[in-house]
Design a protein around this ligand. Structure first.
Ligand SMILES: Nc1ncnc2c1ncn2[C@@H]1O[C@H](COP(=O)(O)OP(=O)(O)OP(=O)(O)O)[C@@H](O)[C@H]1O
Length: 307
């Protein structure tokens, strides 16, 4: 198993009667891009603020780079970078001046880091342009540059894609992939749109009403959402034999309840149905299933109109 960067255990945060985060347990390992997916108000920001130390938990534990004590966590947090919302940059300062201000304020040594961070987010040629004239995409990228200035090993990003145009989204995604590939930066990124993260995340955590409902690897999620023919039969072992011997495919799986998922013959389901019937398999139901990622998420949290 690779190094555990973050582990939260039963992490809870209440605001008065509101339980913003309810016993949330997640684990993020080195090199992962962990997508935290949940609707507005689900608790994503609360979780990220607790991890980055901007808020304190009501109960539960955070382990960051193996550190759990207050002083240990403080030290560990110097190895992280966080973008929870666009930081309050000075409107009349340039990108460089704003970063330099924060570099000094945070005591980050070496002036080079400003230029390096600007280069990473592609903002080196903004020259004398003042922050107040930046597009939203540029503001987001400057926010990311600030989070990157201390060369973090672990990056926490709360809805960074929100409000970006399609081109901005692609650029932002490529940058994160590059950081992950070239610097092995581990990333925790939240979004309320699962498909936004699907080209990025290696792992997912689904959160709703403060609770982490499921964590799953990207590979397992894709497998669950794979297009298939879902058959309910009266005799699954017999149906499996027909699939292998008559139809020559092993690309299927048998589920409980005499159900089978067939990943072959997607263009020709009739052949499967006919052959099974010819071989004496009773076909109770058959349907073509193509659950996309968004449907999966909506099913998990109980539907589009839920809550
Ligand atoms: N400082 C606070 N005071 C009171 N309630 C809060 C506070 N911060 C968050 N909450 C409440 O906690 C719940 C979770 O909010 P949170 O901001 O973590 O959700 P989110 O998933 O990040 O949603 P969004 O994308 O809308 O920010 C919400 O019901 C919210 O109203």
């Amino acid at each position: 198993m690779s190094e555990v960067i973050l582990q939260t255990q039963e992490l809870t945060r209440r605001y008065g009667h509101t339980v913003a985060l309810d016993r949330a347990s997640i684990t993020v390992e080195k090199g992962q891009i962990f997508g935290l997916v949940g609707r507005n108000g689900a608790g994503k920001t609360t979780l990220i603020r607790l991890i980055s130390g901007q808020s304190v938990p009501t109960s539960g534990q955070i382990s960051l780079f193996g550190q759990t004590s207050d002083s240990g966590l403080n030290k560990a947090r110097s190895r992280t970078g966080a973008m929870v919302e666009i930081p309050s940059f000075y409107p009349y300062l340039t990108a460089r001046q704003n970063l330099e201000y924060y570099r000094i304020q945070r005591g980050i040594p070496g002036k080079n880091c400003v230029e390096e961070a600007l280069e990473l987010v592609n903002l080196t040629d903004t020259g004398k342009k003042k922050f107040k004239t930046f597009s939203l995409g540029m503001k987001q990228r400057l926010g990311l540059a600030l989070a990157l200035m201390n060369q973090p090993e672990f990056l926490l990003l709360d809805e960074p894609i929100n409000g970006l145009d399609p081109e901005g989204i692609v650029e932002f995604r490529e940058l994160l992939l590059r950081l992950n590939r070239e610097r092995q930066t581990t990333i925790l990124i939240s979004s309320h749109i699962l498909s936004e993260l699907s080209a990025l995340a290696t792992h997912y955590g689904f959160i709703e009403k403060g609770k982490v409902l499921e964590t799953i690897s990207g590979a397992d999620l894709r497998e669950k959402c794979r297009e298939c023919l879902e058959l309910t039969v009266d005799d699954a072992p017999r149906a499996a034999r027909v699939l292998e011997q008559q139809l020559g495919t092993r690309d299927y799986e048998v589920l409980p309840g005499n159900q089978l998922r067939v990943y072959a013959f997607l263009d020709d389901p009739q052949t499967v149905n006919r052959t099974l019937l010819e071989q004496g398999v009773g076909l109770i139901s058959t349907q073509q299933k193509d659950s996309n990622l968004e449907d999966y998420f909506l099913n998990l949290i109980g539907g589009r109109h839920h809550g």
